[in-house]
Write a protein that binds this ligand. Structure first.
Ligand SMILES: *Cc1c(COP(=O)(O)O)cnc(C)c1O
Length: 302
C-alpha cells in the first residue's frame, strides 16, 4: 500500500477549484446589496463541497493511524456515503457504508457500489447507535476506521473552516445550509480565530433544529458573529414543495448553477426571502457557500 500512501499525500496538497461568482438578480440590485456564491460544488463531482473539506483531515487521521478501511453511515441519498465511497476508491481505502432503512436501490447507492463500497442496510432503530453497529460488525478488524454520519466531528469542522481561507474581509454575511451543524461550526471557529468582521449565518434544513442552536452555544462561540435561521426548512428534512422546486428551477435557469432541494435550494431561497424582507442593510455583501450535493437532484426526477 505504499503507492496508495504517497498518492494520498498528493491529494491533500491539491489546489482546489472553488471560485466565487457574483449573481445578478434584480431583487439584489433594487435592495442595493450584492450576492456572491462560492462554488465548493466544483471541487469534485462525487467528493463535493463540504464533504471533501471534512474528509481532508479525516482521511489524514486514518492514514496516520494506519487504518485502510473506512466505515461510515448515511441515508439512502447520502452525499457523504458517496463522497467516502469515491475518496476510498481514489486513495486506496476499503469502504463499508451502513445505510439507514430497508434495502433499496437508487442512483446514489448505485454510484457508491460502483466505487466499490460495501453497503449494509440497517433498520432505523439499530441505525441510531452507530458505534454499536461499528463494534458489532467490525470489532475484530484492526484496519477499520469509524467516520460519523455526514463526516461530523472536530476534524470535519476543521476542514470546513478552511472554506474561508483566502477570503478577504469583504463580506458582511456568509451563508451556509445546516444539517449536522459541522460545517457552520467550522466556519464560525475559523471566523473567530481570524477576527473576520463577518456574520456567519446558517439556514437549518430540518424541523426542530433547536438542538443545533444549543450545540453551537455550548461551544462558547462569540454570540455576536453567528446566527441560525430556523424558519426555512420547508416542512422538514428532504421535504419539498412546488414553491421550492419552482424557485430552484428559476435559479438554475437564470444562473446555470444547479442547487439541490435538500440543502442549497433551501439556503438560497432563504437568502432571497430575507432580502425581500429587508433583513440586509444597504451595501451588504453576501457570500453563499454552495456545498455541492447536486446529484441528489436526480432523486426528484420522476
Ligand atoms: C452534508 C451537506 C450539508 C450539511 O452540512 P453539515 O455539516 O452536516 O451541517 C449541506 N449541504 C450539502 C450539499 C451537503 O451535502
Amino acid at each position: 500500500m505504499d503507492e496508495g500512501l504517497s498518492k494520498t499525500d498528493i491529494m491533500f496538497n491539491e489546489n482546489l477549484y472553488a471560485p466565487i461568482e457574483q449573481l445578478h438578480f434584480d431583487l439584489f440590485k433594487e435592495k442595493q446589496i450584492e450576492l456572491y456564491i462560492k462554488r465548493e460544488d466544483l471541487i469534485h463531482p462525487f467528493i463535493a463541497g463540504n464533504k471533501w473539506r471534512k474528509l481532508n483531515y479525516i482521511l489524514q487521521d486514518a492514514i496516520a493511524k494506519k487504518k485502510r478501511h473506512l466505515v461510515t453511515f448515511g441515508g439512502a441519498f447520502s452525499n457523504h456515503l458517496l463522497a467516502v465511497a469515491c475518496a476510498g476508491a481514489k486513495y486506496h481505502f476499503t469502504t463499508t457504508g451502513f445505510v439507514r432503512g430497508e434495502e433499496v436501490n437508487n442512483h446514489m447507492l448505485a454510484l457508491c457500489r460502483w466505487f466499490g463500497m460495501h453497503l449494509i442496510f440497517v433498520e432505523r432503530e439499530a441505525y441510531r447507535d452507530k458505534m454499536k453497529l461499528f463494534e458489532e460488525n467490525l470489532s475484530d478488524n484492526n484496519d477499520a476506521y469509524f467516520i460519523d454520519e455526514g463526516g461530523a466531528g472536530e476534524l470535519g469542522a476543521k476542514g470546513c473552516g478552511e472554506i474561508l481561507k483566502n477570503i478577504q474581509n469583504e463580506y458582511s454575511h456568509v451563508f451556509c445550509s445546516v444539517g449536522t451543524g459541522c460545517t457552520i461550526e467550522g466556519l464560525i471557529a475559523y471566523a473567530n480565530k481570524n477576527k473576520m468582521p463577518t456574520s456567519i449565518e446558517g439556514v437549518v434544513v430540518l424541523k426542530g433544529g433547536d438542538f443545533l442552536q444549543k450545540q453551537l452555544e455550548d461551544r462558547n462561540f462569540n454570540q455576536a458573529n453567528w446566527r441560525l435561521h430556523q424558519g426555512f426548512h420547508e416542512g422538514g428534512y428532504a421535504k419539498t414543495n412546488p414553491e421550492l422546486l419552482a424557485f430552484i428551477q428559476n435559479f438554475a435557469a437564470q444562473t446555470g448553477i444547479l442547487i439541490d432541494q435538500v440543502y442549497e435550494g433551501k439556503m438560497m431561497k432563504a437568502i432571497f426571502t430575507l432580502a425581500l424582507e429587508n433583513y440586509f442593510k444597504k451595501g451588504s455583501k453576501i457570500l453563499a457557500i454552495h456545498c455541492g450535493g447536486t446529484l441528489g437532484m436526480l432523486g426528484i426526477v420522476k
